[in-house]
Write a protein that binds this ligand. Sequence first.
Ligand code: GLU
Length: 488
Amino acid sequence: MNTENAVRVRFAPSPTGYLHVGGLRTALYNYLFARKNNGVFVLRIEDTDRTRYVEGAVENLIQTLRWAGLEFDEGPEKGGPKGPYIQSDRIALYQEHARRLLEEGKAYYAFDTPEELDEMRKLQEKTQAPLKYDRRALMLSAQEVQQKLAAGVPAVVRLRVPDATTVAFDDLIRGRVEFSSDQIDDQVLLKSDGYPTYHLANVVDDHLMGITHVIRGEEWLSSTPKHVLLYQYFGWEVPQFAHLPLLLNPDKSKLSKRQGDVAVEDYRSKGYLREAIINFVAFLGWNPGDEREMFTLEDLVKEFSLERVGKSGAIFNVEKLDWLNFQHLRRKPDTEVLAMLREHLKQSSLANRNFDDAYLLSVIGAMGERVTFVRDFVEKSGYFFQAPNRYDPDVLKKRWKPDTPQKLRRLIEEFSLLENPQREDYESALLRVARSLELKNSELIHPLRLAVSGVGAGPGLYDILFILGKEETHRRVVSAIERLSQLT
Ligand code: GLU
């Protein structure tokens, strides 16, 4: 299957400590493209910027990708034929390639101090000259360069960008993209500490790892001409590029941490399902071309194509994510929801209470259409887990009259005669009492709901009574009568 020209793609995050939702989208599209084409999905960690190093970030990234279901074929921990897959383990390779460019005159040493570069930039700003390295290092003679190197003057290696040509490539999403070489800076490739910059390491690795398609965010588009030059200088085949549209806030500003959560972990800990997150993220730039909105990862593998990825920015709309969470939760088998509910209860203040499976399954059945998150079972229908300790004051005012207690007493007497009552037995008992007291049904229904649940809305009343059972219903009505009679 994986012959020499098979599709190989990679997700190449920098370990910043968390996985950004935009990163998850890049990972997902790469994963889908690989699966769709029987290709290989590589995870490569781009950690050559030592100032940004975060302890535990790589483990966290891998764990989050796996949680989302995006298993990679080659990468750290897993290994593979093109490793190592962490750039800090590959430094010698980058140095070797920088040397090659130096020898061929395609790169050059520069010895400028940060202060000198700063001054240069200020002058360029003042004179409105293009902001790029002015190539002063090229004025040095070969002998001067050797002397400085021998004396240990800190040196960087810069890319020698050709003058007055066009650097062009075909992007699978954006079509033909062209840059004038005059706009391109003589990019630093190797820093004075011997570490490569992103550009050199990225190109060397994409080539050595046999990457056929580079699928990444649009923010890297302006780096691509530098990469194309590097491929040309090394005499390597240029991979296919696909730059994914920017992610935008609903106000069209660039999605940023300031406006809300951007870490996948944040959504995970808020209780979003992986299915909903994957479905949501898939639609940030892609669509199936018809009305369908619900997709599982398997569906996406079948349907995804880069041709259906758009150019314009994708709006990140959390309400859509909530809707998808509701939909995916609804479609889950009850037993799976049960396991999640148990997990949630374990973490909550109800941890020491015991509920059997049948009980929880009937709560799930009653609430299924009313919950967006698993935590909603407890937050929206806490009365299934605990007798109410307060009663909604608005409902109370509207529904609880001075003679309500005596009517409810009459009702629970009738209930106590029932044997092993089903939903409809509660209903017919209530109708009998209403008839004999000459009441409208609602004069019993509303206060009864308030007494057993503390609130005025929820699933069908007879469902609630049936789930709580005869004894618990009785206890709650008695307790409500006692506590509310004191109030009114
Ligand atoms: N390390 C870059 C990042 O953090 C990778 C960009 C690319 O895919 O080339 O996103």
